[in-house]
Design a binder for this molecule. Structure first.
Ligand code: FES
Length: 318
């Protein structure tokens, strides 16, 4: 076959095609993706993307999350869901590689959040967010009653709404020529989409490492309060050495303390002097102030004890 030189008008058409494709790709990404979109989509993107980035940051900056054990570690959380979740079989297998999955969960939350905020591979990110919400619902909030108190199901519904709103928005821009599979799979031949995906992955890694460097430093034997200022019968909230909230008690039996992080989904519990229990405002869990044991609600395990003692004039965390 003999090759011929392209005509001038063919070269012009070719260049226009590139320009159009480039414009369309640019239109979908970065700040440009926030222009000309319905307000409903903008609200959902901001809420879901922001929450997912915050979720990743909360895990990265929590010194306990990536630990091999402990009630606030990923493996500790998995253990507490086993036996209560329809996914128990899968959770048991995840427990064998808990640290690996902890990293995967943290990086995925960052990547999904960054992708949704930046408009890169939106439909793939939305499906990722929806899947994570469904898995969390089946693992963590499946037994929350009434169902609307469990946030994961509400997040799954929000992701689904964003998915259909975004598809309709994209179709109107592409004059209805898009297909579901075609839209889901990033166009890896498009240099901009590849760069966009690589930026999302790099952003997730950088954010994870930044979060880890922001973890509060552990202070050894930090004084909590003067003994003279904390008579028998007193209770007070304080910040534990790991930076997390805790509650201190002094009774005739001595001083003792508990983590104030609810073992259900991590809300902060507060002491109620009338019922002599520590109550969670999120889904109603109650813990016995004398032992930390679960009295009511969806919390699967007791509040962890924190080691405290009297040293000289002060009560300290050992
Ligand atoms: S976080 Fe759900 S009961 Fe405490």
């Amino acid at each position: 076959m003999q090759l011929r030189e392209p005509e001038a008008h063919e070269v012009t058409l070719f260049h226009r095609g590139i320009l159009l494709n480039t414009r369309m790709a640019t239109k979908k990404m970065g700040l440009a993706s926030w222009r000309n979109q319905p307000l409903g989509i903008a609200i959902l993107r901001l809420w879901l993307g922001g929450t997912w980035v915050y979720g990743g940051w909360a895990k990265a900056s929590d010194s306990a999350f990536l630990s091999k054990s402990g009630p606030n570690s990923f493996s500790g959380q998995l253990t507490s869901y086993i036996g209560h979740s329809p996914l128990t079989f899968i959770l048991r297998h995840m427990l064998e590689h808990a640290t690996l999955f902890a990293w995967f969960v943290m990086l995925s939350e960052f990547a999904i959040g960054i992708a949704v905020l930046s408009g890169v591979a939106m439909q793939l990110a939305i499906i990722g967010g929806f899947s994570v919400s469904i898995i969390l619902w089946l693992s963590v909030t499946f037994h929350v009653h009434p169902y609307f108190l469990g946030s994961d199901l509400a997040f799954a519904a929000s992701w689904l709404a964003l998915f259909y709103l975004w598809r309709a928005h994209e179709r109107s821009g592409n004059r209805g020529r898009s297909t579901l599979i075609g839209d889901l799979i990033p166009h890896l031949k498009d240099r901009r989409e590849v760069v966009g995906l690589m930026s999302v992955a790099a952003g997730a890694v950088i954010a994870s490492l930044a979060g880890r460097s922001f973890r509060p430093k552990q202070k050894a034997n930090a004084a909590i309060v003067k003994v003279a200022d904390f008579p028998i019968g007193s209770t007070m909230p304080f910040t534990a050495n790991d930076g997390n909230p805790a509650i201190l008690f002094r009774t005739n039996a001595g001083v003792f303390a508990y983590s104030a992080i609810c073992t259900h989904q991590g809300c902060t519990v507060a002491y109620d002097g009338l019922s002599h229990s520590m109550n969670c405002p999120c889904h109603g869990a109650k813990f016995d102030a004398a032992s930390g044991a679960v009295l009511a609600g969806p919390a699967p395990i007791p509040l962890p004890k924190i080691s405290v003692s009297i040293a000289g004039d002060h009560i300290i965390q050992a």
